[in-house]
Design a protein around this ligand. Structure first.
Ligand code: ADP
Ligand code: MG
Length: 683
């Protein structure tokens, strides 16, 4: 881009008429620039290999001498199979070509050819795809293969590409700053494009790939960082001068000492309060890492600064648990905490809203009920959403808009690998609690076959006899899926039968009304139920420290992140906890997931593993990915490049030169084109 010449339409190239132009347009290739930035998805490797060292089914290129005349078998419908005996070095093998009977004349006895194809070791046969008449010398090593459609041939496409690069390559403008290219030893755009399409060597291809991976990550980061800077400059928040003495007294009054990680994130958040920028921060902390107390401390900071705070939780049970915790912690202090949920109604609700509006309530905790239009704050300064992925962008925005640019903190227990959080939440600051409170016993996790159910029941009973409680989790792929509810119902009936007259079993699934769910949950947390059979609705935040045993049915149907979330329901109290995964995974990936679960309790390690096993696209699930699609960059392996690109972009947008000097004009054009500078939001 950035040079009009590159916008030359494809029809300007030799051999492109209307029809071809249309075929190219279907691939979104309309200009020479589009063409050059259409990258091959792989290269055919024509390097000579040693046949004796080639594994079965691998592609190979060899030089061969024709030993015998080729024989052709006609298979009907114009199909044919040509077979020829060849010498590769001193080995006599066969080569087979389909539907290329015309080769028979050209494969003369004694002549030398270069053949490429898949090596069938058992049959000692190369299933040929390419043949070149003569030795290898005058042939290229790597040939690009593009993702094309219809009748457009690879060979023709390659000639267009060659022509475009040789006739228009001079017009390319490198968007990467010279300094960045020098610093990170990246080839320039022209060499890069040559190398990504027509590499001379494997190293050439690698350097080209490296450059474009960096370019993609850098341009993406630049958009994010420019947006961040723009937001900071535009929407000036307020400085919240909290009372440090009061805050210290509160922390000292807590029933335990904060972990170092908790202290660190409290400091990060409080530092944001003191700046005039509006906080936009993500707090990541594994299940049980103690995010609630961090929320309490920082909400209190806002209160001591004379502001109100709000905490939004995804379920009523969670909201109630938060209220309970906070009211207990704030009891000795003069802080009013109130609960607003769907079940707060009528006169109670009216009074509560009045107290909220006149500032008598300091901290409001609740569910979606918080974002109803008639909920009006006196001066909302700080907003927290717990389990942020449960809320849509719109809901978070409404809550934020209830204050005058309040500071915002999102809490999530879903550990997200670093590369993904930099990419998906790049415009946020990220705080991480990467340490568990001391004395927490790691959950013992076992993987068993489904036929071992009897042994699982024994272990379960053992725990119940010691006064503990247990979860039995059944998969739920879709809320609406009847079959899944069925699974839970069956498991429920089976367990009820097994423990009849001795232990109480409850059932929880997505088909229950919120009131029914709450009742079941309450019975379980009060110990009236000993076993809770549930679909994954139990996943979020529920805290029953007496539950020490979890069995997961059909565990192979869950992703790693979800299994880890589920497992976090146990191991919350003083007793040793257990998690049993019943699974007969069919795939290697499935087996690896089960093994990973038994090997570590570290959510970040599991998240990284999940990313490697499933790839970035699937990591967040379909619903909320927020990830850009990269052509070259790979979020699993290119994290070093990502960090470098981010740091460079972050520093660059802070310089005046970036916004003014000609050198950066191409980059500013990229930003202008992406709409970032018009204040378009990425989240
Ligand atoms: P999560 O991060 O999953 O929301 P919670 O805030 O519910 O975790 O905390 C889990 C449990 O750990 C709670 O019972 C909480 O009181 C306790 N806890 C939190 N911080 C500490 C700490 N520093 N020392 C000991 N226990 C703690
Ligand atoms: Mg929590």
């Amino acid at each position: 881009m950035f040079n009009e010449v590159l916008l030359t339409p494809m029809t300007a190239l030799k051999g492109i008429g209307k029809e071809t132009a249309q075929q190219l347009a279907d691939l979104r290739i309309e200009t020479v620039y589009d063409l050059m930035y259409t990258f091959p998805y792989r290269h055919e490797d024509f390097r000579l290999k040693d046949l004796t060292e080639t594994p079965h089914n691998e592609r190979v290129t060899v030089e061969a001498r024709i030993e015998r005349e080729a024989s052709v078998m006609f298979l009907g419908k114009g199909k044919s199979r040509l077979q020829v005996h060849i010498f590769v070095g001193r080995h006599l093998v066969k080569a087979v070509f389909f539907n290329q009977a015309y080769l028979k004349q050209k494969l003369t006895i004694g002549s030398v050819v270069t053949i490429t194809g898949k090596w069938d070791q058992g049959r000692q046969t190369i299933n040929g795809t390419h043949v070149h008449f003569g030795p290898k010398t005058d042939q290229i090593d790597f040939e690009p293969v593009y993702s094309l459609r219809g009748t457009l041939q690879q060979k023709r496409f390659r000639t267009f590409m060659r022509q475009a690069l040789s006739e228009y390559g001079h017009a390319l403008v490198d968007v990467l700053p010279v300094d960045a290219r020098m610093q990170y030893k990246l080839v320039d755009v022209r060499a890069g494009l040559e190398g990504i399409h027509f590499p001379q060597t494997a190293e050439h291809a690698k350097q080209a790939r490296r450059r474009f991976a960096f370019e993609e990550l850098f341009l993406f980061q630049l958009q994010i960082q420019a947006l961040r800077k723009k937001r900071r400059d535009d929407e000036v928040g307020k400085v919240m001068k909290y009372n440090n003495e009061q805050l210290k007294a509160f922390i000292a009054s807590l029933p335990y000492e904060l972990t170092n990680a908790q202290k660190r994130v409290v400091n990060e958040i409080c530092r944001d309060f003191l700046t005039p920028y509006r906080m936009n921060r993500l707090l990541q902390g594994d299940v049980g890492s103690g995010k609630t107390v961090v929320a309490a401390i920082t909400l209190y900071a806002a209160v001591t600064a004379g502001y109100q705070g709000a905490l939004m939780a995804p379920t009523e049970i969670l909201a109630e648990q938060h209220v309970e915790s906070l009211q207990a912690w704030f009891a000795p202090f003069n802080v009013r905490v109130a609960l607003l949920s769907g079940s707060v109604k009528g006169k109670t609700r009216r009074e509560l809203l009045a107290e909220l509006a006149n500032g008598d309530i300091d901290i409001l905790i609740g569910t979606h009920a918080l974002i109803q239009p008639d909920v009006v704050f006196h001066n909302l300064g700080f907003v927290i959403t717990d389990e942020q992925h449960r809320f849509g962008v719109e809901q978070r925005r409404i809550l934020r808009d209830k204050g005058e640019s309040p500071d915002v903190l999102f809490m999530t227990a879903t550990p997200i690998p670093r590369t993904l959080s930099i990419t998906a939440f790049g415009e946020m600051d990220v705080s991480i609690i990467d340490e568990m409170p001391a004395g927490r016993k790691p959950i013992e996790t076992h993987w068993v076959k489904k036929e071992q159910f009897g042994a699982v029941v024994q272990k379960l009973e053992n725990e119940l006899l010691q006064g503990r409680q247990a979860y039995a989790i059944c998969p739920l792929i879709e809320e609406s899926d009847k079959l899944d509810v069925q699974n839970a119902v069956e498991a429920y009936e089976q367990l009820r039968e097994l423990f009849r007259g001795r232990f109480e079993v409850g059932l929880m699934h997505g088909r229950l009304t919120p009131a029914e769910k709450d009742e079941v949950m309450r019975d379980f947390s009060e110990g009236k139920l000993h076993i809770l059979v549930s679909t994954t609705v139990v996943e979020v935040g529920v805290n029953v420290p007496n539950a020490t045993f979890m069995v997961v049915y059909d565990a192979e149907r869950f992703g790693l992140a979800q299994l880890h979330q589920l497992r976090g329901r146990v191991g919350r109290g003083e007793h040793q906890s257990y998690c049993v995964l019943m699974a007969d995974p069919k795939t290697d990936e499935g087996k690896e997931r089960m093994l990973s679960m038994t090997e570590t309790n570290d959510g970040f390690a599991l998240a990284q593993k999940d990313l490697e096993l499933r790839g970035p696209g699937d990591f967040f699930g379909k619903k909320q990915s927020g990830l850009p699609e990269f052509k070259v960059a790979d979020l699993v392996h290119d994290y070093r490049a990502l960090e470098v690109a981010r740091d460079y972009a972050t520093a660059l947008v802070q310089t005046d030169a970036f916004w003014q000097s000609d050198e950066y004009a191409p980059l500013r054009q990229v930003l202008a084109k992406s709409g970032v500078l018009d204040g378009e939001r990425i989240d």
